[in-house]
Design a protein around this ligand. Structure first.
Ligand code: PLP
Length: 449
């Protein structure tokens, strides 16, 4: 890694002059100028290298600059860069086939979008038209994207500034045994009571008004909440009973993240619509989509689907998806992710919990893990309050800064540290990251009672 501070400062100055950043007060941010990336690492212009334990926004499932995917994008660029969605293209058809072969059940038709929010927008559009109903139910602990319907569905504070009051969205509580809303004492109780609560919500909303229930199969940003055994099957049964479309959002959980092609595979559940993005091509070119069941596809057999995007099924994006999926299959990356979770990350994090009182709970699977940090293990008081800012959020900001000082790029949300490295990280890389976490958690332990 070479050092070129002047170049780094120029990149930063140009950014500050003209780039308007997501989710930020523009004057209060200080973005790191990135010089390059490869595999599980990236580096700045000052000679600092970071192990990416965030996979950026949990999307670089095969790490940075995978040579097969880079070559496929270059090759496609030489052949055909762009073409409108109405035409049949070899690379688009192949991407759809590879995805449809892997999605559960009869989810065999693929509508391509540019990312996750648009995938959820279109899934909701399909559900509303298929059922002739308006309401969509989603959980309070969720993230579904930042476009109009997707942010209305979202169950985190980013929704508050975006509500128009006409969304047709109703929120309910999903299962979360560690902080049970149902006074449950174990996972089985949590599951049973969460299903009763969902059913009661539907009864009081009017089952004939509910078009869809959308869930993240494993809740991502809002906490890596792995559903208890039986929950997803229970939601499937409720949807069937009331004619409600079941949408699983696998934008973050899909394509290897949980150690399976799709998280739904762990529970053998098939939704009516499954949305994906991120890992489908590791985000090398923007791509998302909706995998559609036979019955819903049939709704639009004779009746036009009233939705579309200029870049639906963009050739460069599709070429990168084909190469990514093939590379993941050839290199056994999904099995590797499962193995890392079972033998390295899970045991490693539990060992950290033995030593660090700040860790309240360790949960996850595959390369999709959270450490929930607390001031007090007995009361489970979070290390920082819900949606804390400024001084109240300081212990988490301090922790993130300590990780970065030691060359680890963390994923932090509220009082949680997520461990979400690329699916093809080596065992040595993961252990390097865990050793750094061991050091920085000692700093956080000082905040415990
Ligand atoms: N759904 C989930 C579960 C996500 O994690 C995200 C993004 O983080 C989205 C949807 C939105 O995807 P995008 O940012 O590509 O629009």
């Amino acid at each position: 890694i070479s050092v070129d501070s002047a170049a780094g400062q120029a990149v930063k100055a140009a950014d500050r002059a003209h780039v308007f950043h997501s989710w930020s007060a523009q004057a209060l941010i200080d973005p790191l100028a990135v010089a390059g990336a490869e595999g599980s690492y990236f580096w700045d212009y000052e000679g600092n290298r970071f192990l990416d334990f965030s996979s950026q926004l949990v999307n670089t499932n095969i790490g940075h600059q995978h040579p097969k995917v880079v070559a496929a994008i270059q090759e496609q660029a030489g052949k055909l860069c762009t073409f409108a969605p109405a035409f049949a293209l070899d690379v688009r058809s192949e991407a759809a086939r590879l995805i449809a072969e892997r999605t559960p059940g009869d989810l065999d038709k693929i509508f391509f979008t540019n990312g996750g929010a648009e995938a959820n927008e279109n899934a909701i559009r399909m559900a509303r038209l298929h059922t002739g109903r308006q309401k969509v139910l989603s959980t309070y602990r969720s993230y579904h994207g930042a476009t109009a319907n997707a942010i209305a569905l979202t169950g985190d504070p980013r929704r508050w500034a975006n509500e128009t009051g006409v969304s047709g969205v109703v929120h309910f509580w999903g299962p979360y045994a560690y902080r049970s809303n149902f006074h449950a004492e174990n996972e089985a109780q949590e599951c049973e009571r969460a299903l009763q609560h969902l059913e009661a919500t539907i009864a009081f909303e009017g089952p004939q008004t509910v078009a869809a229930i959308i869930l993240e199969t494993v809740v991502g940003t809002a906490g890596i909440l792995v559903p208890p055994a039986g929950y997803l099957a229970g939601v499937r049964e409720i949807c069937d009973r009331y004619g409600i479309v079941f949408i699983l959002d696998e934008v973050m959980a899909g394509f290897g993240r949980t150690g399976a092609w799709f998280a739904a595979d762990h529970w053998g559940v098939t939704p009516d619509l499954l949305t994906f993005a991120k890992g489908v091509n590791s985000g090398y070119v923007p791509l998302g989509g909706v995998a559609i069941s036979g019955a819903i596809a049939e709704t639009f057999a004779e009746r036009p689907f009233p939705g579309g995007l200029t870049y639906s099924g963009h050739p460069l994006a599709c070429a990168s998806a084909v190469a990514t999926i093939n590379a993941m299959a050839e290199e056994g990356i999904v099995e590797h992710a499962r193995q890392l979770g079972e033998t390295v990350i899970g045991p490693g994090l539990r060992e950290l919990a033995d030593r660090h009182p700040v860790i309240g709970e360790v949960r996850g699977l595959g390369v999709f893990w959270a450490l929930e940090l607390v001031r007090d293990r007995t009361t489970r008081e979070p290390l920082t309050p819900y949606n804390a800012a400024g001084a109240a959020a300081a212990p988490m900001a301090e922790l993130a800064a300590a990780c970065k000082q030691r060359g680890l790029w963390p994923f932090v949300n509220m009082n949680r540290l997520h461990v979400v490295p690329p699916c093809n990280s080596s065992e040595a890389e993961v252990k390097e990251g865990l050793a750094i976490l061991d050091e920085v958690l000692s700093i956080a332990d000082a905040h415990t009672v």
